[in-house]
Design a protein around this ligand. Structure first.
Ligand code: AMP
Length: 211
């Protein structure tokens, strides 16, 4: 399988829809790419000037980059850790900083029997480390709801400001990992497109908050 012919010569970037899209475009512009704003339509793949941008759920970014459909992408470290990704991640962009935490109703005590999460692999590893035999239930939506409704007695989820927890009578009881947005690169592209990707990586590393 190869990339569509129209992509020839242009960098293809896999970017997550939603809350980090604007910050991602801003970072890439700060790194020297001229990227136009998305048009009014709903095209999921568009020519943004210096690059072709393909938009997707953040959990799909590693797959598109790993399989070479995209040369590079931006995705949270939480997603990379959950997927046990082996992608090259040359830049920690610093934004979308959050923590992956164990969350319970405020004041809850007693043994945790069931944990709901979108991060089953990291949750199982954490529960193993702390010697808990709790069952892990995988959800795809707002996992806080599981705790509020009694589906589970704890959840593992990402927390940014903590506002969602406070609004729902929940609290963080343990921090499992820290996350922020990472610039990830396909290893073959890093060689084949190094005249474009190397300077971009260097410029991204110099952005405020990045390393
Ligand atoms: P907050 O109220 O700011 O703590 O945000 C918590 C809610 O936003 C939870 O529903 C999380 O799933 C989601 N969230 C927070 N930070 C991130 C992030 N960096 N990436 C994706 N989702 C996030």
């Amino acid at each position: 399988m190869s990339a569509p012919a129209a992509d020839a010569g242009k960098l293809v970037l896999a970017l997550p829809k939603g809350r980090v899209m604007q910050a991602s475009l801003q970072a890439l512009r700060g790194g020297g790419l001229h990227l136009t704003a998305h048009g009014p339509g709903r095209a999921l793949r568009h020519d943004a000037g210096d690059a072709i941008v393909i938009e997707m759920r953040n959990g799909d970014v590693p797959t598109y980059v790993e399989l070479g459909v995209a040369d590079a992408g931006i995705v949270g470290k939480d997603v990379l850790m959950e997927q046990n990704s082996q992608l090259a991640e040359p830049v920690d962009l610093g934004f979308a900083a959050c923590r992956l935490s164990l969350i319970r109703p405020i004041g809850a005590a007693g043994t945790i029997e069931r944990v709901a999460t979108k991060y089953p692999r990291l949750t199982a590893a954490y529960l193993g480390r702390v010697g808990s035999g709790a069952e892990v239930v995988t959800l795809t939506g707002n996992v806080e709801l599981a705790c509020i409704t009694g589906l589970s007695d704890a959840v593992v989820d990402v927390v940014q400001t903590g506002d969602t927890l406070r609004d729902n009578g929940l609290e963080e009881v343990d921090v499992i990992a820290h996350s922020s947005a990472r610039f990830v690169v396909n290893r073959a592209s890093l060689k084949l497109r190094s005249p474009v990707l190397r300077p971009l990586i260097e410029a991204l590393r110099r952005l405020p908050g990045a390393r």
